[in-house]
Structure formats: C-alpha cells, structure tokens
Ligand binder design. Structure first.
Ligand SMILES: NC(=O)C1=CN([C@@H]2O[C@H](COP(=O)(O)OP(=O)(O)OC[C@H]3O[C@@H](n4cnc5c(N)ncnc54)[C@H](OP(=O)(O)O)[C@@H]3O)[C@@H](O)[C@H]2O)[C@H](O)CC1
Ligand SMILES: [K+]
Length: 236
C-alpha cells in the first residue's frame, strides 16, 4: 500500500490547523519533529559508528527541527556541531539556540571544514516552504551536501528539491540524493523520486485530522517516534 502524500499547500494548512483547532503550540510540534529526527540518526548512525553529527539549519521551522534534534543527540552521547548561517530573531529559535550553547555545542561558520570532520549530516535547511532557486548563502552548502561521501539525513525534504516536482534539473541541488529522509507527518509528493531509506515521524495526528487531510497514520510501534517505510520510499 502506498502511503498517501501531502502537498506543500496542505502541509502548511495542516500545520496551521494543528496549531489552532488542534490546540498544539509550534514548540510542541517542533519538539516532536526534532525528537523523531534524533531517533532516525540513532538508528542510522549508532554511537559506536561515530558520534560527530553536523546539523545544517535553515532560517525556518525546518531549521528549528534541526536545533531540537541536536539537543536530543547531545543527550544520547553524540557530538553535534551546528551550521546555522541565517539565525532568525524569532524567540523560539533563539531559545533553542541558547539551549544548545548552554550544552557547549559549537556553532561553526565554515561548513566545508565541518563537513570534513563529521560522521553524519542532518540536512534541516529547507522543508515544505522551499521554493524557487536556492539563494545565498546556501548554494555552496547544497553543492557540498550533493558531493560529500558522508551520509546525509534530510528532514522533510532533501533541501533544494521542489516539494511537488522532486529533484531539480539544474542548480546546486541537481544530483543531490541523501542517504535517508524523514518525512514529517506525511510524505510529500517528492518522495516518489527518493531512492534512499525513508522514515516517517511526527507522531501527533489524530484519526479525524488524518481523515480530513486524506492521510495515513503510520504503524508506530511502542514508544517509537519513527517508522521506516520501504526502500521504494512511499511504500509500507
Ligand atoms: N507538521 C509538521 O510535520 C511539522 C513540521 N515542521 C517543520 O517545518 C517545516 C516547514 O517550515 P517553514 O518555516 O514553513 O519553512 P521552511 O523551514 O521549509 O523554509 C522557510 C525558510 O526558507 C527560506 N527559503 C525558502 N525558499 C528559499 C530559497 N529558494 N532560497 C533560500 N531560502 C529559501 C525562507 O526564506 P525567506 O527569505 O523567504 O524568508 C524561509 O525563511 C517542515 O518542512 C518541517 O520540517 C515544524 O517543525 C512543525 C511541525
Ligand atoms: K531539509
């Protein structure tokens, strides 16, 4: 059975609904999203395989998921390094950044150097609100992610991919295929082009909301915040 997908417009509408009618706060949703991201890293990169995780964060909520994931990873015993070149003044992101600084987690401005000294990368640069051509300062970062041999976990979307149409056919993201992807709440249409390991996270959908948005609630087991779906991406 193919998991039903959620386009960018409906993903934004669903987020809005969860935070109004659903009575969630953005902090809560981001905490659960980031927790799920950290669980995928733990599964893909057990501590004994190398503890260094470079977390690349963009300016929006996708970046916020990365900030949350880094905190959880630190508590599991990883050594996160943050690349967060466009830091928002938004109070939530500032608090999340402060929490990381209080754990002495380093923030770097030199992405290329950090990439040479890491065991794993979390791509939380752009999620479902990405559109158009990649703007500065991110083109070089996307190129480096495209070319690196270090495994990359993409959060919600491989950054630079179009949410509906998938991988770009020009620009820095052409040829970028991360090793793994975690779709939050539900896969986006781009998953049909994705070739790596695919997980679903964001365990907060009620049956009523899932029905309204024509989505599947994946079969989460026990206390897991993630479910791996088949190598064909969208299949259970
Ligand atoms: N329900 C859930 O599953 C939850 C998902 N979450 C995560 O939130 C993101 C969506 O977050 P949003 O803040 O709407 O947007 P993004 O983070 O995807 O991106 C917005 C920023 O990206 C910049 N942007 C957009 N296009 C470009 C581009 N071509 N070049 C450079 N920068 C770009 C944009 O910048 P502006 O200059 O336009 O302001 C935005 O700042 C979702 O994918 C999940 O990961 C939440 O955590 C909550 C629950
Ligand atoms: K991403």
């Amino acid at each position: 059975m193919a998991l039903r997908t959620l386009n960018a417009k409906n993903a934004a509408a669903l987020d809005k609904e969860l935070m109004s009618d659903g009575a969630f706060s953005v902090d809560q949703l981001m905490e659960l999203a980031g927790l799920a991201v950290s669980q995928v890293v733990y599964q893909l990169q057990p501590l004994q395989k190398g503890r260094r995780v470079l977390v690349a964060c963009g300016p929006g909520n996708n970046g916020g998921d990365g900030l949350v994931a880094a905190r959880h990873l630190w508590h599991y015993g990883y050594q996160p390094t943050m690349y967060y070149p466009k830091q928002s003044k938004n109070e939530l992101y500032q608090r999340l950044s402060k929490q990381l600084k209080d754990l002495d987690i380093p923030f770097t401005e030199d992405f290329d150097a950090a990439l040479k000294q890491t065991d794993h990368v979390v791509d939380s640069i752009f999620g479902f609100s990405f559109s158009g051509e990649v703007r500065e300062p991110f083109p070089k970062v996307i190129e480096a992610l495209r070319d690196t041999k270090v495994p990359v976990l993409a959060v919600d979307a491989p950054s630079s991919w179009n949410i509906e149409d998938g991988p770009p056919d020009s620009g820095p993201g052409k040829g970028f295929m991360p090793e793994a992807l975690i779709s939050l709440t539900a896969p986006k249409p781009l998953v049909q082009w994705f070739k790596g390991r695919h997980f679903i996270g964001g365990r907060f959908l009620s049956k009523a909301v899932a029905e309204k948005y024509d989505l599947d609630v994946p079969p989460y087991q026990g206390i897991d915040q993630i479910v791996e779906v088949g190598t064909e991406g969208q299949r259970l």
